[in-house]
Structure formats: C-alpha cells, structure tokens
Design a protein around this ligand. Structure first.
Ligand SMILES: [Zn+2]
Length: 148
C-alpha cells in the first residue's frame, strides 16, 4: 500500500479510535491523544524505508526530542530518539512490519506518552492500544503479517 492508502487508513482508524475513547472516557485530551497515536502508527512502520512518513516524522520528532529534553523529560526524549532511529537501522518490511515490532513500539509509545501526562487511570494502556489500532491498520493494508 502506498502513502495515500496508509494515510486514509490512518484517518479512518483515528476517527474510530476517537469515537470509542470519547464514548467511554468523556475526556477530550485522552480522545485527541488516542486519535493522534492511531494516526501516527498507521504511518510509522514505513519509517524503515525512505518514505513520506520518514520525511515528516523525523524533523517533527527531532524538534520534540529537543523540547522534551529541555523541559526535563530526559527518559521520554531518549525513548523518542529510539522510536525515530531504530526503524532506520532495519530492512524494509522486517521487524517494523511485524507483530513483535508493533507490540514493542506501542509499549514504548505508551510508556513515553503516559510519562508526559498527569497520572490518571487511563494512562495504563490507552495510548498503546490506540497505537496498536493504527499499526494493525498499516499491517493489514500492506497484507504483510510476520510474527518477528
Ligand atoms: Zn508498510
């Protein structure tokens, strides 16, 4: 699937995720972050190749790393560096297009985002599950499922 297909899949998934999260939480911040998480990770797996997602996420991500670091979120900035760099060290449709990659990346994302937000009962898993929804959309549209 090409960029436009993944972008459209990401939009559909993020609207679906936002609807479910809004319905159950009535929390606008949680809804927005969940929707953004789903959208980002519907595009993220193609960071393992020279692609539009890489061109867009790298500059935004690097600026975010600097901002996080300057505001004292050192652990979160290191996690974000990892999320940006690791895909570039992998071959296309390797681990970044696998169930294991999806779980590891979504766990790291959930940990990072939860660390930036005030603690609520939502932080435990919501943003990781939202990321998985987007990531699964990408793997489905690529019709490419690997375990590892
Ligand atoms: Zn892909």
């Amino acid at each position: 699937m090409n960029y436009n297909g993944h972008r459209n899949g990401g939009i559909v998934t993020s609207v679906a995720v936002a609807s479910v999260v809004a319905f159950y939480t009535h929390n606008i911040v949680a809804t927005l972050i969940s929707a953004v998480s789903a959208f980002i990770f519907a595009l993220y797996p193609d960071m393992d190749i020279h692609s539009t997602p890489r061109k867009k996420f790298l500059p935004i991500g690097l600026i975010s790393v600097i901002v996080l670091y300057l505001f004292g979120h050192h652990l979160e900035s290191v996690i974000l560096v990892g999320l940006l760099i690791v895909p570039m060290t992998q071959r296309h449709r390797g681990i970044m297009h696998s169930i294991l990659g999806m779980v590891l990346v979504s766990f790291a994302w959930n940990y990072m985002v939860s660390g930036l937000l005030p603690t609520t009962e939502l932080n435990g898993y919501l943003y990781g599950v939202s990321a998985i929804a987007g990531y699964l959309t990408h793997l489905l549209l690529d019709t490419h499922f690997r375990l590892v």
